[in-house]
Design a protein around this ligand. Structure first.
Ligand SMILES: C[S@@+](CC[C@H](N)C(=O)[O-])C[C@H]1O[C@@H](n2cnc3c(N)ncnc32)[C@H](O)[C@@H]1O
Length: 393
């Protein structure tokens, strides 16, 4: 997670770099370990924090889009997660950059977000280009339904028509089932099966209209070959066995467009990732904690919990707990190769020293340290990486 200075007037993050201006805007990618900074409009000064805290302690806060809420109940853990962990515009900029570098020749339109959770990245993907489509896959129904109610509801009927969420295991994607889209009532005229009884996203002017029926499986659906498949926030670490990792990568490989596509995942590491650690980042109305509770050197399994403190007293402990196997970059590269990816690229960003200000302290990441494609990188205290697998034509 990112660790900010006390008054992070500048955008900064721990690890995932400030995206270079050549990528077109100021947004940065993010991850649970590398929280995005409070947005510029979230003035994170002590006074505003105190004011928000008082309101929340009375149990009358309601989260706004920018992380400040004035009235209403404790915000949803998903809302807190999205505000503190995710920064989808930055991730999308990197996805575009990687696609153009390693595939090229066309604009990437079709995204699959595996381990999508609340599929914030997918909804942002749709928002910025009307030709884009997105498929989200996760086995946590609660996250998917929260996405429908809170993320997809903001992108309107056009967005709905270009996005499908599937509930299922990434190891058996074809058996995953379409999550009912509540807006389907608005689109009854469009929701039909095709002649052979299967369901499809049909390509009309390069944008997709879903014709899937609720509960269809992914195997039933006729989906466009994906230009980009991503698995972010260290989600591949949810898979503990090598054979599962290879199987998952094979599924990703076969879902990519035959015209070429990329699979992109992220990893974190460094000496600090193998010990107990508690980091925090303050936002105007809450504080986010990343806690590494254990790390087993024999299995390389780690337990990470995310906590949130809202106001002065309300603590949402273990809002999310992950049991991860912390894969190394060479292990990931080997598995990607075994799954069929022809070339693999590693982009690394060094992160600030987690020990410099002690556990449970905030620190300031250097927003000028960017991701670089590297062949070698000496171990340090903390790093983040993107691993890009390219499926060539
Ligand atoms: C660390 S969260 C990442 C969520 C989101 N991708 C993000 O960037 O914040 C991991 C997600 O993977 C999902 N997950 C874990 N194992 C899975 C599996 N085998 N199949 C499908 N989803 C899985 C969990 O339900 C959870 O939503």
């Amino acid at each position: 997670m990112g660790k900010s200075g006390k008054k992070p007037k500048e955008s900064h993050r721990h690890g995932r770099g400030h995206r270079a201006s050549q990528f077109g805007d100021e947004d940065l990618p993010s991850s649970a370990y590398d929280a995005p900074p409070p947005r510029p409009e979230d003035s994170d000064d002590d006074d505003s924090n105190e004011a928000a805290a008082e309101g929340e302690d009375e149990g009358d806060a309601e989260a706004g889009d920018q992380g400040q809420w004035q009235v209403g109940p404790m915000p949803s853990k998903f809302h807190l997660y999205q505000l503190s962990v995710q920064s989808p515009k930055g991730d999308i900029s990197y996805l575009q950059k990687f696609f153009l570098m390693y595939v090229g020749g066309r604009v990437p339109l079709h995204l699959q977000e595996d381990f999508c959770g609340t599929a914030l990245l997918s909804t942002e993907w749709l928002r910025t280009d009307a030709r884009r489509t997105a498929i989200g896959l996760d086995f946590d129904r609660e996250s998917l339904e929260w996405c429908l109610d809170n993320n997809m509801s903001k992108i309107g009927a056009d967005g709905y028509s270009r996005m499908l969420l599937f509930d299922g295991n990434v190891l058996q994607p074809n058996e995953s089932r379409l999550v009912k889209q509540k807006i389907s009532d608005l689109m009854q005229g469009l929701n039909t099966t095709n002649d052979n009884g299967s369901t499809e996203i049909c390509d009309q002017s390069e944008s997709a209209i879903p014709k899937c029926l609720a509960n269809s499986t992914m195997a039933d659906a006729v989906l466009p070959g994906r230009d980009v498949i991503c698995a972010f926030n260290y989600s591949c670490c949810c898979l503990h066995r090598r054979k599962d990792l290879v199987l998952y990568f094979r599924h990703a490989f076969s879902a990519l467009s035959k015209r070429g596509g990329i699979f992109v995942m992220d990893l974190y590491g460094g000496t600090s990732s193998e010990c107990k650690l508690r980091l925090q980042r303050r936002f105007p109305s809450f504080t986010y904690f990343w806690e590494q509770e254990e790390f087993d050197i024999i299995t390389r399994e780690t337990r990470i919990s995310l906590h949130f403190q809202v106001g002065k007293k309300q603590m949402l402990r273990h809002a999310f707990t992950y049991h991860w196997r912390l894969w190394s970059i060479p292990e990931i590269k080997d598995c990607l190769e075994e799954a069929g990816f022809k070339s693999i690229h590693v982009w690394v960003r060094e992160m600030p020293d987690t020990q410099s200000s002690g556990n449970a302290k905030e620190y300031t990441a250097d927003r000028d340290v960017k991701y670089e494609e590297l062949q070698h990188f000496n171990q340090g205290d903390a790093w983040n990486a993107y691993v890009v697998g390219v499926a060539n034509i």
